[in-house]
Design a protein around this ligand. Structure first.
Ligand code: KG4
Ligand code: ZN
Length: 345
């Protein structure tokens, strides 16, 4: 029998301080998440300086809780993993410093993980990804279609030209008077309304996998401002439903195109916006209609947002090929996955 491998993982790229212990990249032994959302809400978004300060304050406690809940000591840990980017540099640095400290003090191999690879590998905590696979990563900072060639070989085939999907949710949420982060509430409102405004669907006809949400956002804001000026009251649930219908139409259309083209064995929906009920339902329904439908893995909502278990799952793939890093590891706020060659797109 092969030995089990336990990875201690850190995630501090934005506004959640999280530490997890993950067994064999598949099984969560613990996944402690300390969220700072309340501290940022009054500013309407994440304040980097405040985020870093909170991470420093709680990281040791979160680490101790993760070890205690998993019922392990450092002796049981086979490697230490950490998100090295992309994200807020000051926030990332706290996780990187913490992981490096443990790796040095406890003499463990260190693994630097891409945050997007983490979101995608949340799938492995539910149902193993079979390759080749395709992932739609939708979060506050990302809207990407990623071709997964193998567990350690990814390439972006489509990306947003402007706002990320979650960013658009948060911006139109503010106009609707919804607190940051607005995605969950706008999703709930959308379920109570109808698509009566028929906002634009950007780039649907384009022969690529790219996205754009700034036109939709502007159209939404103009509609609300115009109504304000003439004293007309608009139904907020219908506004939310119309916005969401446009986002889901575009995401679904491009995803289906990529699936038809690439014929992946697994499709993964990942990132904070993957918590969206409308998107989950629509993609599951549309993929079910395909003649050759891939296996669909959509992690539960608790694993869609930022958490360290997904980093531990991604790190395991690197652990297996001994993709370790030394103590010069640094945070890289704009770390990117490679883009596919022109040939593929
Ligand atoms: O992945 P994540 O936790 O952090 C980043 O890496 O960005 O994603 C956060 C984003 C926020 O923009 C939030 O509004 C959005 O995910 N979000 C949602 C939903 N739940 C969270 N967007 C749409 N529908 C949801 N149910
Ligand atoms: Zn994220």
């Amino acid at each position: 029998m092969t030995k089990d491998n336990l990875i201690l993982a850190f995630e501090t790229s934005c506004d959640e301080t999280s530490v997890a212990v993950v067994k064999n990249g598949r099984e969560i032994k613990s996944n402690i998440i300390a969220t700072q959302i309340k501290s940022h809400q009054r500013f309407g978004g994440v304040v980097p300086e405040v985020a870093s300060r909170h991470h420093i304050e709680v990281i040791t406690q979160v680490l101790n809780e993760a070890l205690a809940e998993a019922d392990v000591t450092y002796d049981d840990i086979d490697a230490v993993a950490v998100t090295k980017g992309p994200g807020l540099v000051g926030a990332l640095l706290i996780g990187v410093a913490a992981a490096k400290s443990v790796a040095l003090a406890e003499n463990k191999p260190l693994i630097g993980v891409n945050h997007i690879a983490g979101h995608i590998n949340a799938a492995n905590l539910i149902d193993p990804i079979e390759y080749p696979a395709l992932a739609l990563v939708v979060s506050g900072g990302h809207t990407e279609l990623v071709n997964l060639i193998s567990p350690t070989d990814f390439e972006i085939i489509g990306d947003t030209r402007d706002d990320a999907a979650g960013e658009a949710y948060d911006k139109i949420g503010r106009v609707l008077g919804v607190q940051y982060p607005a995605g969950k509430k706008v999703d709930e409102m959308a379920h109570l309304g109808q698509d009566t405004f028929h906002f634009p669907r950007a780039m649907m006809e384009d022969n690529d996998y790219d996205f754009s949400f700034s036109g939709l956002k502007s159209s939404f804001i103009n509609t609300v401002h115009h109504a304000d000026q003439i004293g007309e009251e608009l139904d907020k649930n219908d506004l939310a439903a119309s916005f969401q219908a446009s986002v889901i139409d575009v995401l679904t259309h491009k995803t289906l195109r990529a699936i038809r083209e690439l014929q992946p064995k697994t499709f993964v929906l990942a990132g904070g916006v993957a918590a969206n009920q409308g998107l989950r339902e629509r993609l599951t329904a549309e993929l079910g209609k395909l003649a050759h439908s891939p296996k669909v893995v959509i992690p539960p909502v608790r694993l869609c947002g930022d958490n360290a278990a997904m980093i531990g799952a991604a790190a395991y793939n690197q652990f297996m090929v001994e993709d370790f890093t030394d103590l010069t590891l640094n945070a890289d706020p704009s770390l990117e996955l490679p883009y596919a060659s022109e040939m593929l797109v």
